[in-house]
Design a protein around this ligand. Structure first.
Ligand code: ZN
Length: 473
């Protein structure tokens, strides 16, 4: 437990605006939005500068006080939530929300960690550039959290994961030292790429306080289609056909099952299926380019014609306006929310090679249906990245608590198939608390030892987000 004296020193380091210690004020920082993880904390510290973060970490290191870094608190695996002991302090980056620089010739944007993803996107757009990271929670998630968790989202197919969008970082280490490397270099071959150690480390190796992000040309034209496909294999073939036919202009390629669209139509006000005839599967496909001559729409139509001839697409609706494009995306983005209204949902965020997606979905569906007749699989997501959110809605009329009590049993089935296919049990959501023990049981001894070696070297006292990602020892 942080002593009263330690807490007083930490509060003094950030000033009266820099902390919360009243239970009601702290409450929103102590629970994640799905209510899966709740914790307690001695205080919520809100430093306004890198120097203040460093001062806090010097005190934490000296006194052995555990620190939980937190961004927009949108994580889905409990990484940003303290444990129930109340020993930890939360270090929120939300006041460090300044855009520091934009270099249009270098195509870079330099930000503090607490800038929201939406604000970073807007800053890029103001300069006629694109920052392509895009997630359902972009209005409230923060860049520091996006980078600490190596966030994925709907544009990974074309632009890569969060870790691919970073040129430079500033990190406060466990002992309060500052590693300042806010460089905008696309080539820097001077030894270990240290930033990659911190990207995706979920606040267990250091606290990201700033970053230099890569910008891209803003697309001038987009073509968005909602298409019906007969099966998942056809969806994957369509992806490769679209890739080849457009020379790599496919920026999103999202799979949605029929049951997902049924849920959307039932629960999302104003939503309707743009395609008349029912289909077992749908794909939301988006192409983008800097060429606004109208050629994109023509090549999209040609592509879909070709795909229909080949039997890969049975029906298609093309967005003819920005409003229609938004309506297509709203169906995809609401996929998790509508499942909430169908009772308990057991969720998986897994990846397999793209070539194995169809086999994975078929095998995992059969296996969970055999284990629990009536279970309703809703596999959707980033098929172009081999990343499927293999969510399982409870049988109609089942008792929700009894259903959710079978979470580990269902996960063991699904993750077993994932491993057999050479996949990953966490494609884009990270490890946090949820999967800590499971990765230890599934990664090789050598891999776990390398991870623990890094943890011990960078955080010898084990004060940075302890109990997340890797266990001590
Ligand atoms: Zn996703």
């Amino acid at each position: 437990m942080a002593s009263a004296e330690t807490l007083a020193r930490m509060k003094a380091a950030v000033g009266p605006k820099g902390y919360l210690d009243d239970a009601a004020d702290m409450a929103p920082y102590l629970v994640e939005r799905r209510d899966l993880y709740k914790g307690r904390a001695a205080a919520v510290l809100k430093p306004a500068s890198t120097a203040e973060v460093a001062a806090l970490m010097r005190i934490a290191h000296e006194t052995g006080t555990p620190v939980v870094p937190q961004g927009g608190n949108t994580g889905l695996v409990g990484g940003q939530i303290p444990f129930e002991t109340g020993d930890e302090v939360i270090l929120s980056l939300q006041r460090m929300n300044r855009i520091l620089a934009l270099d249009p010739a270098n195509n870079t944007l330099t930000v503090e960690a607490g800038v929201t993803l939406a604000a970073a996107q807007a800053a890029a757009e103001d300069a006629d550039r694109l920052f392509p990271l895009s997630l359902a929670s972009e209005g409230s998630c923060q860049i520091g959290g996006n980078l600490a968790t190596n966030a994925g989202g709907t544009a990974v197919l074309h632009y890569g994961n969060a870790r691919d969008l970073v040129l430079g970082l500033e990190v406060v280490l466990a002992d309060g030292r500052i590693w300042e490397s806010l460089k905008g270099l696309r080539k820097d071959n001077t030894g270990y790429d240290l930033k990659q150690v911190f990207l995706g480390s979920e606040g267990t190796l250091g606290i990201i306080t700033g970053a230099v992000l890569k910008l891209f040309p803003r697309p001038r034209a987009m073509a968005t289609g909602f298409v019906a496909v007969p099966d998942v294999e056809a969806a994957v073939k369509l992806l490769r056909l679209a890739d080849a036919a457009t020379g790599g202009l496919v920026t999103s390629f999202e799979l949605i099952p029929r049951i997902g669209i049924d849920f959307v139509v039932k629960h999302l006000p104003g939503a309707s299926n743009p395609l008349k005839a029912p289909s077992p599967w749908y794909v939301l496909i988006e192409l983008s380019t800097g060429d606004d001559s109208g050629a994109l729409a023509l090549s999209f139509e040609a592509l879909l014609g070709d795909a229909m001839e080949k039997g890969l697409v049975t029906d298609a609706a093309l967005a003819s306006s920005q409003a229609q494009r938004a309506a297509f995306w709203r169906m995809r983005e609401s996929m998790s929310d509508v499942q909430k209204l169908e009772g308990g949902s057991i969720k998986h965020d897994v990846s397999v090679p793209v070539s194995a997606v169809a086999e994975f979905i078929a095998r995992a569906t059969r296996a969970v249906e055999a284990a629990l007749p009536g279970i309703r699989p809703v596999p959707f997501g980033h098929v172009g990245d081999g990343n499927i959110h293999f969510n399982l809605s409870q049988p109609v009329g089942a008792d929700t608590a009894a259903y959710l009590a079978r979470w580990d049993e269902m996960s063991a089935i699904v993750h077993g198939i994932v491993r057999e296919l050479g996949g990953s049990i966490s494609a884009e959501h990270g490890i946090g608390r949820m999967k800590r023990d499971e990765i230890a049981a599934t990664k090789s001894t050598v891999e776990m030892e390398l991870m623990r070696t890094l943890k011990r070297a960078l955080d010898p006292k084990g004060i940075l987000n302890p109990g997340k990602v890797v266990s001590a020892g």
